[in-house]
Design a protein around this ligand. Sequence first.
Ligand code: GLN
Length: 257
Amino acid sequence: MKRFKALSLLLAVVLILSVSACTLKGPDKKLVVATNAQFPPFEYVTEAGQGVIDKYDGIDILIVQEIAKDHGFKIEIADMEFNSIIASVTTGKADIGVAGMTDTADRRENVDFSIPYWVAVQTIIVPETNTDITSAESLKGKKVGVVTGYTGDSALSDMGDINLLRFNKGIDAVMELTNGKLDAVVIDSPTANRFIEKFDGLKAVYDDTVFETEQYAIAVQKGNQELLDKINSTIERLIANKDIERFAEEIDARFQS
Ligand code: GLN
């Protein structure tokens, strides 16, 4: 009888262990991904059913798909304002923030960042005919559009003397520029290039004496090392195999067509 009891106890333990292992490894672990799908080529909304995940497409979405495949996550995209992403990760409403987000010291006070996966720089977009905006300094006294809370917003806010107009989406700022209501728009290089390709009559101006390069990384809740390790292992694999460049080409082809 004693032996029987011991055996059933053992069986129960084995059962519990295997059930919990299943939940941990099962395909249904949900990863909520906070993003702002207004930032081509990294994330944008496409026709329903045409995106990589639901209607969402872009380099970041392809990276998220790889994280899901590697670690058995089911992805839920939470599309929100860029300025809400960090808070949603800190409070645990989202598990990760993936939004072409620059790893900055300020943001590091609230979240941890993965290893970087992309390098960008702030770019000044001006009408092709413009000749007087040739540097960041020459933006002083001009009407310049930025997106609220982006690194471009903080860089120009720090410079002062610029008539800054803040928008919720990069595309809205660029529309105002093409309508002649702004003198320039400052935004990350990959997105600036997409807008310049998409709209006639715009060009890019760079100023590496003022704008430092920025590294994009994925944000996780502070101290969630387990999740961070998983994300880093996927990013390392993608970088080693040059997959991220391939994703960029793939999205380029899709975004133009
Ligand atoms: N890289 C910029 C930032 O982190 C812009 C990001 C974005 O627009 N999604 O602020």
